[in-house]
Design a protein around this ligand. Sequence first.
Ligand code: GLU
Length: 412
Amino acid sequence: MSDPWSDALVQLEAVRAYLQIDEDIFKQLTHPTVYATELAVAGTRYQAYRSQHNNARGPYKGGIRFHPGVTEAEVKALSMWMTWKCAVVGIPFGGAKGGVVVDPHTFSGETLQQLSRAYVSFIVDQIGEQRDIPAPDVNTNGQIMAWMLDQYEKEVGYQSPGTFTGKPIALGGSLGREEATGMGGFYVLERLVEVLGLTRNQTTIAVQGLGNVGYWFAKLANEAGYKIVALADSAGGIVDTKGLSVEGVMEHKRKTGSVKGYGSAKAVESQAVLAVEADIVVPAALEQVIREDNADSIRAQAVIEMANGPVTPAADAILNQKEILSVPDILANAGGVTVSYFEWVQNRYGYYWQREEVFEKLQARMDEAFEAVWQTYKEKKQPKGEVWNMRTAAYVLAVERVIQAMQLRGSA
Ligand code: GLU
């Protein structure tokens, strides 16, 4: 199987059929700067990375993940996707991503804190509120951002809350950041259902992933009247055509550690949830889950990519052939970084907004971005042999914005 960086390069390459990209600019866009080291924590060494992809439109921006599957190729791809994501929703940031090869689930709080602080010491000179702004990603959260901020401020010697986003409210976090990615995806769902001519009560949804993103997406959709017919976490999946209560399933997961064994729901493999009979399937965990070998099994009308990079380019072509609409990650999950932007604005202003204000502004951004991608998708003519889908449309918009900023800066 291709690695995520190769996928990201194929996706960028595909845009060249629609957009002139000068060789020098293309070269810059395909060569992120990668910082790598080994972090020594509690007698063990952990490989760590930060990839900075592009900062033409503003400081580098992107999360840090703690996961055993982290690789340099993955971190590079994720940093490039952040550049496009920020450009699609029109926020003034570039793209970056960090990762540590580790399974933090067995860690004590103490070790997790040491690892978080060690990561900051490694990258301290490369980050800052006007340089590169990290945030949570897979297996990282507000508490980890709090430790990281504290370590950063100790090392630089001044307060700088805008250096990290996704912080707890007590340390300058934004109301609504916790649920922002799921909420942004929910706004996308509402627009998608409208263009597909469906209604809330008739629409069935399957969600793979019950971390922060999948949980909030499923919960908000469920509360709005959509029927959630399948849910999965990394241990397994459950299916119930009568509809699942997301809160009920979460309660069970909190008690037992997994969704498995919930009520009378049918147990399936986590991956099988993507192929159930549902109008919309939502990969909300990790990349490359819809691939050449299983894309044909997808039966939904549409996919909402809440994870980063869940659909490979080979699978994209198959979905396109099957006329399954896929709302790309760089649009669908951009709600998180959008509220990160609001958090950064509030930190720099020193003035904090109400929750309603955050959601109002988030919805306006998401609706505008969806509309722009949808219009581009509907209007463009497809050159022979190329895949034209919502991803290519979003890429055309995003890459054009990034290139414009690069050109305006000149090349001295
Ligand atoms: N990790 C999230 C993402 O992939 C959020 C990034 C951020 O807020 O900077 O979009």
